[in-house]
Ligand binder design. Structure first.
Ligand code: ADP
Ligand code: MG
Length: 314
């Protein structure tokens, strides 16, 4: 293609909210064999909502929610926000001023008074969070986090968890002072266009893959809903780029679509990295394309644009 054709295509893309950083990326997209999708925030809306909270020890449910919210208050993970919202509604539903103006300020004020102090907070990438509350260790996250801290999950909690996961929910496990306390189930609905886009890619001869740090059962359930057969689950943040590289081994051209900090190495490793607009700045920096509208249809728009720009002139 001539420089003019590339410039025209770049402009057409921009008008559709598909920003491409340079002619090379525009050219590579036409030959994509694989599109690898991150799950949370990419295939799903990233608007997680708590659907269940259940205590499996003697702890009062209100105290349980306070504990969890106090620990998650320092986390930036989408799951953390869902947990805080749920705890807030549990404690304060109906007790808020009706005026919308004062609402947010009041909410923050109430929260800060009511949360317990969490010390030594740290995020455990791909697993959850940890901190100290009342000088006792609090762990919140997945099975891997529990097992590496030798917290055993009682059988009735395990079967409750399996049930959640088979229904496409993510389970959040909670331990206090080295003992399992309870769990929460979190739902994150698919984006409306996700299944149609997956179908469209298949029709174009492109192989869709789901890549996630979430557990196998949840990942499989979500993949089934969206029509993806090739699933890579329980992948630690550092492993996502390795998955991309393994797909490239036979010379395949791989596109990666993601939104999070943990996706940026994979976005950089891919032949075509596509960051979801509104995603993390680091992801946007690592990518070749930015899909400004946060609409997965633009994955197809980007590939189509490349095919049309380069096939015609060859
Ligand atoms: P994804 O690849 O789907 O974006 P992540 O790598 O961010 O997932 O997280 C993987 C898993 O780690 C989550 O599904 C969750 O079980 C656990 N996790 C991560 N952060 C948190 C948190 N702040 N609170 C609870 N669990 C968490
Ligand atoms: Mg994500």
């Amino acid at each position: 293609a001539t420089p003019t054709a590339v410039m025209v295509a770049t402009g057409i893309g921009a008008n559709h909210g598909v920003l491409v950083k340079g002619g090379d990326a525009l050219e590579r997209a036409q030959n994509v064999n694989y599109v690898v999708f991150d799950k949370t925030g990419t295939l799903t809306q990233g608007k997680a909502v708590v659907t269940t909270a259940k205590v499996f020890s003697g702890m009062d449910l209100g105290d349980f929610l306070t504990l969890v919210a106090s620990a998650e208050a320092s986390s930036e993970h989408p799951l953390a926000k869902a947990v805080l919202d749920y705890a807030f509604h549990f404690h304060f539903f109906g007790k808020l001023p009706s005026s919308k103006d004062g609402m947010q300020q009041r909410k923050e004020q109430i929260l800060s008074q009511w949360l317990l102090e969490a010390e030594d907070f740290s995020a455990v990438p791909g697993k959850g969070v940890r901190c100290l509350i009342n000088e006792k260790k609090v762990l919140i996250g997945n099975r891997a986090l529990m097992s590496e801290n030798r917290v055993s999950i009682p059988p009735e909690a395990e079967s409750f968890l399996v049930d959640l996961e088979m229904n496409a929910k993510t389970g959040i496990l909670v331990a206090y002072d080295s003992s399992f306390v309870g769990l929460m189930g979190i739902a994150d609905p698919l984006k409306r266009e996700a299944a149609v886009v997956v179908e469209g890619l298949k029709k174009m001869g492109i192989h869709p893959v789901m890549l996630t740090g979430d557990n196998w059962r949840t990942a499989q359930a979500v993949a089934k809903e969206v029509g993806i057969e090739d699933v890579r689950a329980e992948v630690m943040p550092a492993g996502k780029a390795d998955v991309v590289r393994s797909l490239q081994k036979d010379g395949s051209i791989v596109a990666m679509v993601g939104d999070g900090i943990n996706d940026s190495p994979a976005l950089a490793a891919a032949d075509v990295g596509m960051a979801i607009g509104g995603g993390t700045d680091i992801a946007i920096e690592a990518a070749d394309y930015v899909l400004v509208r946060n609409n997965l249809e633009d994955v197809i728009t980007a590939i189509d644009l490349s095919r049309k720009t380069f096939n015609r002139i060859r």
